[in-house]
Design a protein around this ligand. Sequence first.
Ligand code: ATP
Ligand code: MG
Length: 211
Amino acid sequence: MPSRFFITGTDTGVGKTVVSALLCAALDAHYWKPIQTGTREGTDSKTVMHLAQLPRSRVVPEVYRFTPPVSPHLAAQRAGIRIELRKIRMPHIPAREALVAEGAGGVLVPINKSQFMTHLMRHLKLPVLLVSRTALGTINHTLLSLAALRAARLDVRGVVLVGPPNSENRKAIERYGDIPVVGNVPKLAKIDRNVLRAVFQRHFDRAVFQS
Ligand SMILES: Nc1ncnc2c1ncn2[C@@H]1O[C@H](COP(=O)(O)OP(=O)(O)OP(=O)(O)O)[C@@H](O)[C@H]1O
Ligand SMILES: [Mg+2]
C-alpha cells in the first residue's frame, strides 16, 4: 500500500500544513485540502506548493473553498450552502503514489449541522495522523483528540509532534495514549523543501511511511 494519510491536529495553527508539506517533500506525495476556509489569508495548498516545491500537478483541487476565516460549518452557512460528504470524493491518483489529505482545524470541527471532521475522515477511509504541540498542555489535548478519533472508529497510526522536543511529554503521550509518536518537527528558523526532507530523515520513524 502506498502512504496515504489524513492529517488532523489538536487545534488550528498546530502545524498540520508544515507536517503535510514535510510528508509531501519526503514521499513525493500528492497534497489535498478538501475543505479550505479563510482563503483571503492564503490557502494551505499554496503554502504546501511553496514549502515543499510541489508542482501544481501534485496538488488536488479543494472541493469546498470559503473566504471567511471561520469553522467550515459556519463558512458554509454564510455562503448559503451545506457541506456534503458525498461531494468529497477520493481523488484518482496512480496506485503507487502517496497522498496527504489535510483537515481543517481539529478533530471535532463541525462541517455541517450534524457532522464533524471525523465524519470526513471516516468517509475517506484514510489512516489518520494526529499533529500535536510538544508544549505544556499537549498531553490533555492529544489524549482528548485520540479519544474522539477512536470513538469515531478511525485508524489512528500515530502522533506527529511539532515544537522543541520534550521527551517527558512524548513518553506520556505514547504511554497514556497507547500510540506511537512517529515524528517530531523541531522549531525551524527556515522552512523549505531541503530542510523538511532533512527533518524527515532525522526525526521521523520512516518505516511507518514506507510503501
Ligand atoms: N516546526 C515549525 N517551526 C517553525 N514554525 C512552524 C513550525 N510548524 C509550524 N510553524 C508555523 O506555525 C504556523 C501554523 O502552522 P500551520 O499552518 O502548519 O498550522 P495548521 O495546523 O495547518 O493550521 P490551519 O488549522 O490553519 O490549517 C505557520 O506560520 C507555520 O509556518
Ligand atoms: Mg493548515
